[in-house]
Design a protein around this ligand. Structure first.
Ligand code: ATP
Ligand code: ZN
Length: 484
C-alpha cells in the first residue's frame, strides 16, 4: 500500500546556545538532558539528524577559558551531525575555528565564508543519506560577522551574499539530493540585511532553513512560500524538532515543533555528558573560583542598562583602565560588558564572564574633537540600546537627546574645565574599538601610543589592589532636562 512507502526523517536542532552547557534556572535545558533527548528521538526514529545553527563555541568561561574546545568535545559525545558557525564562533579568530573543526567529528559548514581570493575556508555542504534519501545540508553565516567581531578575527576573510551562494548550491545539489536544507546563522531581525526570510523568498528550492542569530523562538516554524524556517530561541531553552515525511524519495510533508525546557524537565541526564561537563568545570573551577576582592554594591552589567546609560560597573572598568594606563580619558563600549556581579566576594570567573572577549587595552593620542566625535558615535541611536554606548573615566559629559545624531553631546568636562577640542589627549580604549568596532572608526587612524594587558586582567588587578570596591553612578553621563 501507499502508506507502507512513507518514511520519516527527524531533524533535531539547536542554535545560539552560547555555551550554556549546564541546565540553568533562567537559561537552558543543559547539554546532559539534550543528549538524552537526542537518544530518545533516535530510539523512536533511527533516521534522525542533529544540527546546530551557530553561536555555540563562545559565551561563558566554560567555553572561553579553553577557546571553545570544551564545547566541541561535548558536541562530539552528543552526536551532532553538522553545524554552521555563528558570528560569535569567530571570536577566537578564524584559525581557531578551523582547529575546532578538526576537534569536532562532524563538519562545520559554511558556503559564504571565503578568503579574499574567493576560496572557501570551510566545506559548503554535506550530503547525508538516510534510508536512501539524500539530504543536502548547506551552511551559511551572517555577513554581519565582518563587523560584529574584532576585525583581527576575520582578517583576510570575506562573507559573501548568502542568497547568491544558496543559488549556486541549489544548482550544484539539484541532481545530487532529494532535499535541500540550509543550516543558517542569518536570523530574521527586520533591521538585518541578510535574513533567512529573504533567503527563503529568493531561493524557493530550499526545503528547510534551520536558523539562528536572532534568537527567535518559533514554536511550529514559519512557512515562507514552500520553505519551512525553524529556530529554537536561545541558550538551549528549547530543542527544535522537524519531521520530514517522504513518499518514496519525494518530500510530501514537514512539521516543526519545539520541545520546551518545561517539557524537558523530567528527562534524565546523559551520564556521559554530565560527567564530562563536571570534569571540565572542576578543572576550570580551580582558576575561576579564586576570590580577588569584594564589592559593597551590586555591579550593574545588564544589557538593558549598560547599552543606554552610566552604570557603576561601566565606571569601575573605565577607572581600572585609567589606573593601569595613566591615560587622560577612557571610553568603554557598553556592549563589551556582558554580565552583572552581585554584592559580596568577586571571583576571577565573574570578571571573565563580564569581559569575555579577550580584549586588550591600547592608548591613542587624539584631539579633544575626536573624543567628542567618539561620544557622538556611541550615542547616535540613544535612547535605543547600543553596543557602542560610551562609559567613561576622566571626563563627564552631558547630552541633549532631542538633538539629532552627531549633535547630542552638549558638554564635556575634563578636570573641572570644558574639554579643549583642539588639544591632544591620551585616550584609552579596547582594541575592538581601536580598530573601528561599534562604529568608532574616527579612532582607527590615530596612532597607538601604547598597548596594555588583557582588559579582564586589568580589572582583576585593580580590584585586587583595592580589596573592596564600591563604585557609584555619579553623573559622568547626564541627560539634559528638556526646558519648557
Ligand atoms: P547574539 O550574541 O545575540 O547573537 P550579536 O552578537 O549579533 O547577537 P550582541 O549580543 O548585541 O549581538 O553583541 C554585539 C556587541 O558586542 C557589539 O555591538 C559590541 O558592543 C560587543 N562586542 C562584540 N565583539 C566585541 C569585542 N571583541 N570587544 C568588545 N566588545 C565586543
Ligand atoms: Zn549571533
Amino acid at each position: 500500500t501507499r502508506v507502507a512507502d512513507l518514511k520519516t526523517i527527524t531533524i533535531l536542532h539547536t542554535n545560539d546556545t552560547h555555551s550554556r552547557v549546564v541546565e540553568g534556572e533562567y537559561d537552558g535545558i543543559g547539554f546532559a538532558k539534550l543528549s538524552t533527548m537526542f537518544k530518545q528521538f533516535k530510539a523512536q526514529n533511527p533516521n534522525t539528524l542533529v544540527l546546530d545553527a551557530g553561536d555555540t563555541f563562545h559565551g561563558q568561561t566554560v567555553a572561553t577559558l579553553v577557546r571553545g574546545e570544551s564545547i566541541a568535545k561535548l558536541m562530539n559525545i552528543m552526536g551532532y551531525d553538522a553545524m554552521t558557525p555563528g558570528n560569535h564562533d569567530f571570536n577566537y579568530g578564524y584559525q581557531r575555528l578551523l582547529e575546532l573543526d578538526e576537534i569536532t567529528n562532524f563538519p562545520i559548514l559554511s558556503a559564504n565564508v571565503k578568503t579574499v581570493d574567493g576560496t572557501r575556508v570551510l566545506p559548503p555542504y554535506v550530503i547525508k543519506e538516510v534510508e536512501g534519501i539524500k539530504i543536502g545540508i548547506v551552511g551559511l553565516s551572517t555577513p554581519e560577522t565582518a563587523y560584529k567581531t574584532h576585525p583581527k578575527n576575520v582578517a583576510g576573510l570575506k562573507f559573501t551574499d548568502p542568497v547568491e551562494e544558496a543559488r549556486v548550491m541549489a544548482s550544484e545539489l539539484k541532481e545530487k539530493v532529494d532535499v535541500m536544507v540550509v543550516l543558517g546563522h542569518l536570523g530574521m531581525d527586520p533591521s538585518s540585511q541578510d535574513t533567512s526570510i529573504k533567503l527563503a523568498q529568493a531561493v524557493p528550492e530550499i526545503d528547510l532553513i534551520v536558523d539562528g542569530h536572532s534568537h527567535t523562538t518559533l514554536n511550529e516554524g514559519m512557512m515562507v512560500g514552500n520553505t519551512l524556517i525553524v529556530s529554537a530561541g536561545e541558550y538551549d531553552k528549547n530543542l527544535g524538532t522537524v519531521q520530514l515525511t517522504f513518499e518514496g524519495n519525494k518530500l510530501i510533508g514537514k512539521q516543526a515543533k519545539l520541545v520546551t525546557k518545561e517539557e524537558a524537565k523530567q528527562t534524565s541526564d546523559d551520564q556521559d555528558v554530565l560527567k564530562t561537563i563536571n570534569g571540565i568545570l572542576a578543572e576550570h573551577k580551580l582558576i575561576l573560583s579564586q576570590v580577588i576582592g569584594k564589592t559593597a554594591v551590586k555591579l550593574e552589567g545588564e544589557r538593558e542598562r549598560v547599552r543606554k546609560g552610566e552604570t557603576n560597573l561601566g565606571n569601575l572598568i573605565a577607572d581600572a583602565i585609567i589606573s593601569e594606563s595613566g591615560a587622560d580619558v577612557a571610553i568603554v563600549n557598553g556592549g563589551g560588558i556582558r554580565a552583572s556581579i552581585e554584592a559580596g566576594t568577586i571571583t576571577k570567573g565573574q570578571i571573565i564572564n563580564v569581559l569575555p572577549f579577550g580584549n586588550f587595552i591600547v592608548t591613542k593620542k587624539v584631539k579633544g574633537a575626536d573624543i567628542k566625535a567618539a561620544l557622538e558615535n556611541g550615542l547616535k541611536s540613544y535612547p535605543e540600546l547600543s553596543g557602542g554606548f560610551p562609559h567613561v573615566s576622566g571626563i563627564k559629559y552631558t547630552i541633549d537627546p532631542s538633538k539629532s545624531a552627531g549633535e547630542k553631546v552638549t558638554g564635556i568636562i575634563f578636570k573641572g574645565n570644558p574639554l579643549d577640542l583642539n588639544q591632544d589627549y591620551i585616550l584609552a580604549i579596547n582594541d575592538f574599538m581601536a580598530s573601528g568596532g561599534d562604529g568608532y572608526t574616527m579612532l582607527a587612524d590615530d596612532a597607538i601610543v601604547n598597548e596594555y594587558p588583557a582588559l579582564d586582567e586589568i580589572v582583576i588587578n585593580y580590584i585586587q589592589a583595592k580589596q573592596v570596591v564600591e563604585p557609584l553612578v555619579e553623573g559622568r553621563f547626564v541627560e539634559k532636562q528638556a526646558i519648557g
